[in-house]
Design a protein around this ligand. Sequence first.
Ligand code: B12
Ligand code: SF4
Ligand code: SF4
Length: 233
Amino acid sequence: MNRFSRDRRNLQELRDSCGHLGIDLFSTTVITESDRESFHLSIRDISRALEYAVVIGIRLSDPVLDTIADAPTWTYYYHYRQVNYALDNAALFITSRCHGMGYRALPIPASQIMDWTRLRGHLSHRSIAEKAGLGWRGKNNLLINPDFGACVRYATVLTDMPLPSPQPAQVEMECGDCRACQDICPAGAIGDDLSDFSVDRCAAQLRRFSRSEKLNTMICGLCVKVCKGKLNN
Ligand code: B12
Ligand code: SF4
Ligand code: SF4
């Protein structure tokens, strides 16, 4: 069997075994040394032996997002938490499947902050999902999937199981004339271009919401709920 067929067969076998996990988006990519430079130090060296990534996404519920008018709600908070659990469980299952197929795997938590000063996780799920062809980086700094917009949460599993890189996308991957997220952001954190995005303004707003809504969690959801990908244009 040549390398191409082996990688495709691994992908097929892994994807087929995940049917019951409620995963809406599933893709794979190859991790390079330059990708690894942005990984948290605790996993950077370990990840050198894990050259492939499986990235999964679970779509958020529209009716749950509809409960958000001008601030995050408890309904959204609960959903956010449960989707994180579901992603972490799915990543654990994928890890176990990799083990079963004779490989090593490292599940990366869906939403764990490792560096509170710089506000960073182990690695950026949205960057890996972008590389795996699942969407583009929108003006709101989120990963925009053509079908589900920003209404998807992601998790990653790093592995040494050889897996294919994604095929080039068949759809246009850009925001076009849409400004829905700019208009709704209460912090003025979103500009005309991704490079104008202000993490500091966003983080300050999330801290205010955490106190005012008594959530004790840095969530918001406004620039998520208005972003429906291709449907916005
Ligand atoms: C810390 C964190 C925050 C911080 C800010 C983080 C930041 N600096 O951007 C705060 C608390 C403010 C925050 C806010 C929110 N967050 Co948040 N957050 C995270 C977390 C835990 C870590 C993000 C991180 O490490 N960023 C570091 C920066 C430097 O990475 P980056 O922005 O992607 O950009 C770099 C990379 O792209 C790199 N790069 C470029 N190309 C490539 C290629 C590869 C392969 C690699 C590896 C890197 C790379 O260069 C860029 C510049 O350095 C992630 C979960 C995770 N582990 O990914 C969730 C995550 C990003 N958050 C998410 C969400 C939804 C939110 C909120 C909407 C809150 C909410 N849930 O209601 C807001 C939205 C803010 C916004 N518009 O961006 C989702 C995004 C989903 C999506 N569809 O994009 C994530 C992915 C959680 C998840 N499991 O789905 N978040
Ligand atoms: S709401 Fe519109 S402008 Fe904002 S990220 Fe989504 S598609 Fe792009
Ligand atoms: S999460 Fe809220 S504050 Fe942050 S950019 Fe989106 S709408 Fe603005």
